[in-house]
Design a protein around this ligand. Structure first.
Ligand code: AMP
Ligand code: MG
Length: 345
C-alpha cells in the first residue's frame, strides 16, 4: 500500500476525513504524540489499527472527539466531574475513562465496558474528525513496543506502506501521551501520567488514587486498570538503565558504571561530561516541558547507533516529571537505580 503524505490544507483535511469515513487508516498529529486513527465505531477499520501496529488485542484504544458535546454519542453516563474537567482541560492532554455505550464496538475497548475519551488540542486533527463525523480511535502511531512518534518522520519510519495516509501537522508540542483518569470509580484513579500534570488535576478533583502500574513493575498475574500499562513499552533496541535521584550523583554513578560501548541520555548540563559516548540530551534539569518533548525522539535516536546499553538520567515526579519518569522507567522495564538526594548542608 502506498502511504500518502498529507499537509494541513483544506483539501488535505478533506482527504484525510474521507479516508477515515471510508474505514481507512490515517496518522494524525496531536499535541501529545502522533495517533494512528480509524473510525472508532467501525470494528473492521479498528481491527486494521491493531494489525498495522502489531498491538495486542486486549489493549483498548482512546476515542478522539472534536468537542465535549460528542461525549453522549459514545458514553452511557457522563458524570458532572467529567463535564467540569472537559470544560477546564479540553481541548488538551486528558483522557477520561467513562461507561461506554453499546455503539462502541468491543474491539475498540478491548472488551471493557468503559471507553477512554479525549479531545485533542491540534486544530487540524479536530477539523479532520469533525469533517469525518465519526469519533476517531487512535493509539500512538508507533509500532507496538517502540517509542511513540512525535514527528511525521517518526511515523513514516514505523508505518510507511502499512497505512493510507500520514498528516504532517509539525512536531508535537507536549511530547508525551495524555494523562488517563478513570472517572468510573471514586475517588478518580490516575491510570497513566501524561501531558496534564497530576497536581493540576488534583486542584480540581481533590483526592486522586494513583494506580500501582504507574510507578512499579506489576507482579506476574497482577492486572493494571489500563491494560496497556502491563506491556513493555517505549523501548529502544539496547537495554536501558534509569538512574534516579540527585542529577550530579546520577551522572557520577553512570560515569563509573558505563561500558565503553554504552550511550547516555542525560540532562543538558551533563552532555559535556559524556562527550566520549553517543549522547542524547533531555533538556535542562528543571525544564520538564522540554524533557517531555524530547524523551521519545532521544530514545529513538539510539536505534541509529551501535550502543549496547543506554544509561538515562531521570527527573523527579513533580509536574510533567511524573510522565517523563514513567516513560523512561517503562523503556527500562523498571530497571531503576536510585542514588538518593544530595544531603542538605
Ligand atoms: P495509546 O493510545 O498507545 O496511548 O494507549 C492507550 C492507553 O489507554 C493504553 O494504556 C490503554 O490501556 C488505555 N486505555 C484505553 N481505553 C481504556 C479503558 N477503557 N480503560 C482503561 N484504560 C484504557
Ligand atoms: Mg502507545
Amino acid at each position: 500500500m502506498e502511504t500518502k503524505l498529507l499537509g494541513i490544507s483544506k483539501q488535505d483535511i478533506e482527504q484525510a476525513a474521507a479516508i477515515l469515513h471510508e474505514g481507512g487508516l490515517v496518522a494524525i498529529p496531536t499535541e501529545t504524540v502522533y495517533g494512528l486513527g480509524a473510525d472508532g465505531l467501525n470494528a473492521e477499520a479498528v481491527r486494521r489499527i491493531f494489525e498495522a501496529k502489531g498491538r495486542p488485542q486486549d489493549n483498548p484504544l482512546i476515542l478522539h472527539i472534536p468537542d465535549a458535546s460528542w461525549l453522549e454519542r459514545c458514553c452511557e453516563e457522563v458524570p458532572p466531574l467529567a463535564r467540569t474537567l472537559a470544560e477546564r482541560f479540553w481541548p488538551g492532554p486528558l483522557t477520561m475513562i467513562l461507561k461506554r455505550r453499546a455503539v462502541v464496538p468491543d474491539v475498540t475497548t478491548g472488551g471493557l465496558d468503559t471507553v477512554g475519551m479525549r479531545c485533542p488540542a491540534h486544530p487540524v486533527t479536530r477539523a479532520i474528525i469533525a469533517q469525518a463525523d465519526v469519533p476517531v480511535a487512535a493509539p500512538s502511531a508507533n509500532l507496538s513496543g517502540r517509542p511513540s512518534c512525535t514527528t511525521a518522520a517518526d511515523v513514516q519510519e514505523d508505518m510507511n506502506g502499512k497505512i493510507d495516509a500520514i498528516v504532517d501537522g509539525g512536531p508535537c508540542s507536549v511530547g508525551v501521551e495524555s494523562t488517563i483518569l478513570d472517572l468510573t470509580v471514586t475517588p478518580p484513579r490516575l491510570l497513566r501520567p501524561g501531558g496534564l500534570p497530576l497536581e493540576t488535576l488534583q486542584s480540581v478533583c481533590g483526592r486522586i488514587e494513583v494506580d500501582k502500574a504507574v510507578t512499579q513493575l506489576l507482579c506476574p498475574g497482577e492486572q493494571p486498570k489500563a491494560p496497556g500499562m502491563k506491556y513493555r513499552h517505549y523501548a529502544p533496541k539496547a537495554p536501558v538503565t534509569v538512574v534516579t535521584g540527585d542529577a550530579a550523583r546520577a551522572a557520577e554513578y553512570i560515569a563509573a558504571h558505563i561500558a565503553p560501548s554504552g550511550g547516555v541520555l542525560c540532562f543538558d548540563e551533563f552532555a559535556e561530561r559524556f562527550s566520549a559516548y553517543p549522547v542524547e540530551t533531555l533538556g535542562g534539569v528543571c525544564d520538564r516541558e522540554e524533557q517531555a518533548r524530547r524523551v521519545f525522539d532521544a530514545l529513538r535516536a539510539f536505534d541509529g547507533t551501535a550502543v549496547t546499553e543506554i544509561w538515562a538520567q531521570c527527573p523527579d515526579g513533580r509536574g510533567l516529571g511524573l510522565a517523563v519518569a514513567n516513560r523512561l522507567q517503562k523503556a527500562a522495564g523498571f530497571h531503576v537505580i536510585d542514588v538518593g538526594e544530595e544531603a542538605e548542608t
